[in-house]
Design a protein around this ligand. Structure first.
Ligand code: FAD
Length: 792
């Protein structure tokens, strides 16, 4: 929601300047009677620090300059000019820009900092009505609200309490663990500083902003109870509760044998393996706890440590056959033709056979290692799915059935595991995985491992000969760390969270909506390539099991049917992106049917959500007013809800009234859908030849979609990417490899950062679970080998 930010210009308040100023004002060189001074405020934006400098003369802002080097150019960066102008024109009263809220909030917080220094922010004695108020806001999830109880006295926040009322475990896992973790981090800082202007928790920006917005909403109620107007309330909150976080400039020197960057499953296993091999180990994790996106993993796979060379080859052969089976469509199928491949060998990157085969048995060792330190696994999700018709997927493949996951000595070559356990061993419960990662962390520390949390590694360091000597890192509290290490393991989880790199690399540059760990922004891959590592299938298709509208919508509250079933209108843009009643066209206007793509989708049997992506990641779907009328009266004919549980699902056959229109209008307002009065108008809008959409209607399965409807909605859709799959090349020791094939001796790469090694040109990630295998195995090898190298 757009929130007006009003500031009260207090011309008579310049007296407070000396007390508030953090820097010497620069007086105007003109020497005129009016004193011009400049003030700079700094706050965290979406990508990094944002500085706002205002020139103030006689209490009036006469100029504004914003320095925001780390904002995404096409998103927040594009808004900088707008803000520079608007701040002067509106004397500091500016709104957040929807779609660029991270940058907007940073600009506004930095502006407030500058205005506070200039004495332009009113600190008058506004009084709240003491009591406990409940505030709500959307966090990371599009379904749930973050709800916070805020107790206040007249002028301060006394206590905060996060309500645990997530819709249910199965559908709100991202909120539960991100939100509770972020709350634990934010609560003491907010209370101490009496500020909701504090930085978002790294890796949990969505939840953090949800928490801060919920508190703001409660504060608004507390001021409203005292009778203030909306403008006065904004002024009071901005003046009283928006101080930015304070930072230290401390510099700390550290040294160890092995430094591991990132603490998802790969970095965790690498740290444990290196520690148990006798090395002194420092793990550095950007977020406030271990786990990364590995906490969200539904069914990681691991093979027995006893897998023989011959069995590993057989597993590889099956894997490659599955990959080949995934290539389809005229162009991609060329890569299944050995003659074509040999004629285009320089364009083709196969699965890295040596690395893959080394990782197969090591995956079991990695799994055992993390279990030794306290990780638990529940019975496989795959096992549950078998009853739902997964037979086709298991024929001839290594993924047959889970064995007995609670007993690691019974590992077989066919095992599939899920992080976390509900104690029963029968259901998917990855929502609880974070507490097991906490246990693993505690045991690692108890065994002598060292760790830095909330600290981001920024770069590798080198000696004069170009050899890697360690890393530099930056703590969220401002501390700079210089770490000297004999070996470095990079395990930062790939580049899925970096919009620019996803645009540049993923699947050849198509559009994707990323739904994985936000902090995985390619740091490890970029650092490895800076050190000379060669890319390996860097532009592989991201991991994606379903498609949806190009953005989430979050505008609507959860609805409850008469029989108590909960559903969310926000799911409509997910379901309608794959619903067989729609009319589908690729970006070039070629029509297709979603069910054609399900045929190639290993998950298709149950997801119905167009899991494959060989048509490119983005496309359009069209619904007519007639079709919407049918939904209004008779409901959806198919609930193509996705594999990844992004929503609650909507019962089929339930009359939807005007909910679909409302959802579409919301998509229109967010800029990824359009309402047109004819198909020709749609053709013109999308740049198609006239008649393209009408021809696509001829392929539709639904008569209600006939041309000549009163209006049409066109929605842009794309793949929901949960992880990037491209990475840098490694050898069987997980050492990074240069273009010339030589290894970078003391640089190791594990997990998603090296995921491209199990991809191949023209094919997407074939089977859920192999990522887990790669993560456990590559982490184990990297940790052990790094320790061996450090021992000399
Ligand atoms: C919803 C979802 C479902 C999934 N389901 C499955 C499944 O069923 N089966 C399967 O095999 N795979 C699945 N995956 C994929 C699997 O989770 C990943 O492949 C795996 O977790 C990658 O592990 P990792 O250790 O490489 O990365 P992560 O677990 O993401 O860990 C990377 C860590 O590095 C940290 N980091 C990043 N940059 C820095 C830096 N500069 N400094 C310090 N720390 C940094 C991050 O904060 C993070 O904690 C799923 C993924 C998602 C999102």
């Amino acid at each position: 929601m757009k929130r007006a930010f009003s500031l009260f210009l207090a011309l008579a308040m310049l007296f407070s300047l000396a007390a508030c100023s953090q820097q010497e004002p620069e007086t105007s060189p003109t020497g005129s009677q009016s004193q011009a001074a400049s003030y700079t405020g700094t706050a965290r934006g979406y990508g990094g620090d944002i500085s706002v400098t205002i020139e103030v003369t006689d209490g009036v802002i006469t100029a504004c300059t914003i320095d925001a080097p780390d904002e995404t150019p096409d998103i927040g960066g594009a808004q900088i000019d707008h803000f520079q102008t608007a701040i002067v024109e509106n004397q500091g009263q500016v709104d957040t820009v929807s779609g660029a809220t991270g940058t907007s909030n940073g600009v506004i917080a930095a502006l407030q900092d500058a205005m506070r220094q200039a004495g332009l922010l009113d600190t008058a004695e506004y009084k709240m009505t003491p009591g406990t108020y409940t505030g709500q806001s959307h966090g990371f999830s599009c379904i749930d609200f973050v709800t916070v109880d805020v107790t206040v006295d007249e002028s301060s926040i006394v206590s905060l309490s996060l309500q645990d009322n997530f819709v249910d475990d199965q559908d709100s896992y991202e909120n539960r663990y991100l939100c509770t973790g972020a709350f634990e981090e934010l609560e003491p800082e907010i209370l101490e500083l009496q500020s909701i202007g504090v930085d978002a928790v790294t890796g949990a920006t969505g939840s953090s902003n949800g928490i801060k917005n919920a508190i703001r909403s409660a504060l608004e109620q507390a001021f409203a109870a005292s009778g203030y107007s909306e403008d006065e309330i904004d002024t009071a909150i901005n003046a009283m509760f928006m101080t930015p976080s304070s930072k230290t400039d401390e510099v700390v020197e550290l040294s160890c044998d092995v430094v591991v960057v990132g603490a998802g499953a790969a970095g965790t296993v690498a740290s444990l393996a290196a520690l148990d091999s006798g090395a002194s180990v420092l793990n550095i994790e950007k977020t406030f706890r271990w786990g990364g996106q590995s906490m969200m993993t539904g069914g990681p796979k691991a093979y027995s440590p006893d897998t023989t060379e011959e069995q590993a080859q057989a597993i590889l052969d099956t894997y490659e056959a599955t990959i080949a089976n995934h290539r389809h469509g005229e162009e991609d199928s060329q890569w299944n033709d050995p003659d074509y491949v040999s004629a285009h060998a320089d364009e083709y990157t196969p699965v890295n056979a040596e690395a893959y085969k080394a990782v197969v048995p090591a995956s079991g060792l990695g799994l055992q290692k993390i279990m030794e330190y306290g990780m638990a696994f529940t019975k496989s999700m795959m096992g549950l799915m078998l009853e739902g018709g997964m037979e086709g997927m298991t024929e001839g493949g290594p993924m047959v059935l889970p064995t007995t996951p609670e007993e690691p000595d019974l590992l077989t070559a066919d095992s599939v595991y899920t992080f976390g356990t509900d104690g029963e061993g029968t259901s998917v419960s990855y929502y609880q995985a974070e507490k097991y990662f906490d246990t693993v962390y505690d045991n690692y520390i108890a065994n002598g491992g060292q760790a830095l949390l909330s600290t981001t590694v920024t770069n590798l360091t080198y000696d004069d000969n170009g050899n890697i000597t360690g890393v530099d890192a930056q703590g969220d509290d401002g501390t700079t760390y210089h770490v000297t290490a004999k070996a470095v393991v990079l395990a930062t989880g790939g580049y899925g969270g970096n919009d620019e790199l996803m645009d540049e690399w993923a699947g050849g540059g198509d559009d994707w909506l990323y739904y994985g760990w936000q902090g995985n922004d390619g740091d490890g891959i970029v650092m490895a390539m800076d050190a000379g590592a060669a890319p390996y299938n860097l532009d592989a298709y991201p991991m994606s099991h379903q498609r949806m509208g190009e953005q989430f919508i979050t505008a609507f509250e959860v609805q409850t049917t008469d029989d108590g079933t909960q559903w969310s209108p926000n799911d409509l843009t997910v379901i309608l992106a794959c619903n067989p009643d729609g009319v589908f066209v690729e970006n070039d206007g070629t029509s297709f049917r979603p069910e054609d793509y399900d045929a190639y989708n290993p998950m298709g049997g149950f997801s119905g959500a167009m899991g494959t992506y060989s048509i490119g990641s983005s496309y359009y779907v069209v619904y007519s007013a007639d079709q919407l009328q049918a939904y209004a009266e008779s409901g959806l004919t198919s609930n193509a809800m996705g594999f990844q549980n992004v929503g609650l699902g909507i019962p089929t056959g339930m009359a939807l009234g005007d909910w679909v229109d409302q959802a579409m209008e919301q998509a229109v307002s967010q800029g990824f859908a359009w309402k047109v009065s004819s198909l020709s108008e749609g053709d013109a809008l999308l740049g198609f030849e006239d008649g393209t959409l009408a021809a696509a209607y001829g392929t539709s399965t639904s008569d209600a979609n006939a041309d000549g409807s009163e209006y049409y909605y066109i929605m842009k859709c794309c793949g929901l990417a949960i992880s990037s799959c491209g990475g840098v090349e490694v050898n069987e020791n997980m050492q990074a490899v240069r273009e010339d094939g030589t290894a970078i001796e003391n640089l190791f790469v594990a997990g998603n950062d090296g995921f491209g090694n199990i991809m191949a040109t023209g094919a997407e990630y074939p089977i859920g679970g192999d990522a887990g295998m790669w993560v456990f195995g590559s982490g184990y090898i990297a940790g052990e080998q790094a320790a061996a190298l450090a021992a000399g």
